[in-house]
Design a protein. Structure first.
Ligand code: ZN
Length: 380
């Protein structure tokens, strides 16, 4: 069994509905806990989840009509969880007595029934409807899911039977150089260009950021000015979101291709040295932005959604999924400096785009040379 947990892209209506479900689950749990305590005090007996559920339907549901607005699985599973919490308390040493749940702390609920994964990154849930996920989901059938909230974001998690998809391979190993000019260069000659829209967006971003800063610098703060600043910030946030979407899409295409391409391979190797250097950029953006607008958590997380940590995580996930082995080169491995033809090593400043070997005269595109070196990495 494999398990997956991924972030949900929810609209306001869905957000409310999810919060309602979590609220009912918490209410049922807390009611059940209070009922168990009272029962134990008067009769020294323990209540099972089934008994509790029967009482809940009779005593609580009729009094609280909002219970009917959510799936009945949510309170039912909450009571099962409570039963387990008691069981653990009695059988596992040092396990504490079940605690009352607080709103906003580990909000979660459970759903089962007609759940279906549609078109990769959509999932149909009972009572909630169709929800989009940030990640492509495996096309498997699932019986139940847990939905939880962490720091204002909703996540879905479930278990499924894992069977790697066997792929015909034409190539055992492929080297991939993650670069600055191109998003990635592969040792079979494939190049993934940096997305143009991303670059353009970045330019706009600088402009919009400047606009925000300018409004911040105004000496005479008045209501209109603050309003304009808020507007500029909103515009900036929108742009950030757009850029992050473009980037996420590009990364997704690359990582899927890299870990699985029917005509190719089954081994893929990635160089993360440039990553480490390149990672400085997106991370810088995030932190400087966070400093400038500390109250805009949403803004910061929209950028944090992408970037190279996400890239690596997706890569690991996809390779696992397609049964490819991922080798990440040591970050000190000088893939750009070595001649892929004779093994000679020479300094390669960042602005030099062509590898021109001073030993054997071999000439090659800088990134392609690095990709070939990475393909040969394991043999060393
Ligand atoms: Zn050479």
């Amino acid at each position: 069994m494999q398990s997956i947990k991924t972030k949900l892209k929810v609209n306001n209506k869905q957000k409310t509905l999810l919060a309602k479900h979590a609220g009912v689950a918490r209410h049922a749990y807390n009611w059940g806990l209070a009922a168990c305590i009272a029962e134990y005090q008067s009769t020294k007996k323990r209540l099972s989840a089934i008994t509790l559920h029967k009482r809940l339907v009779r005593e609580v549901k009729s009094q609280n009509p909002w219970y009917y607005e959510v799936s009945k699985c949510a309170p039912q599973q909450a009571l099962r969880n409570l039963e387990r919490a008691f069981k653990n308390f009695f059988t596992i040493p040092k396990r504490g007595f079940p605690k009352f749940k607080k709103k906003g702390k580990k909000d979660s609920f459970y759903l089962e029934g007609s759940i279906k994964i549609l078109k990769g990154n959509y999932i149909k849930l009972p009572r909630i409807g169709i929800v989009k996920t940030y990640e492509i989901l495996p096309s498997v059938s699932i019986k139940n899911v847990t939905i939880s909230k962490r720091a204002n974001n909703w996540y879905i998690s479930f278990k499924y039977n894992y069977q790697p998809i066997p792929t015909a391979k034409e190539r055992d190993i492929i080297g991939v150089d993650v670069g600055i000019n191109a998003l990635a260069t592969c040792s079979d000659g494939t190049k993934f260009a940096n997305v143009k829209a991303y670059k353009q967006g970045k330019k706009r971003l600088t402009l919009d950021q400047r606009r925000v800063n300018k409004k911040e610098l105004g000496f005479l703060r008045n209501a209109t000015q603050t309003k304009n600043r808020a507007k500029a910030i909103k515009k900036l946030a929108k742009l950030h979101k757009k850029i992050s979407d473009i980037r996420a899409d590009a990364l997704h295409k690359l990582t899927t291709w890299a870990s699985f391409e029917p005509q190719h391979h089954s081994h893929r190797r990635f160089e993360c040295k440039w990553n480490a250097q390149k990672a400085v950029r997106p991370r810088d953006d995030v932190s400087s932005l966070a400093e400038r607008a500390p109250r805009h958590h949403k803004l910061a997380s929209a950028i944090a959604d992408c970037g190279f940590y996400e890239f690596k995580r997706q890569l690991i996930y996809n390779c696992e999924w397609y049964g490819s082995e991922l080798v990440i080169a040591d970050r000190f491995y000088p893939s750009s400096q070595i001649c892929s033809h004779c093994g000679h090593q020479q300094k390669m400043p960042l602005n030099v785009r062509t590898y021109d070997c001073s030993n054997c005269g071999f000439q090659s595109d800088r990134d392609f040379n690095a990709a070939v070196n990475l393909e040969n990495y394991v043999n060393k």
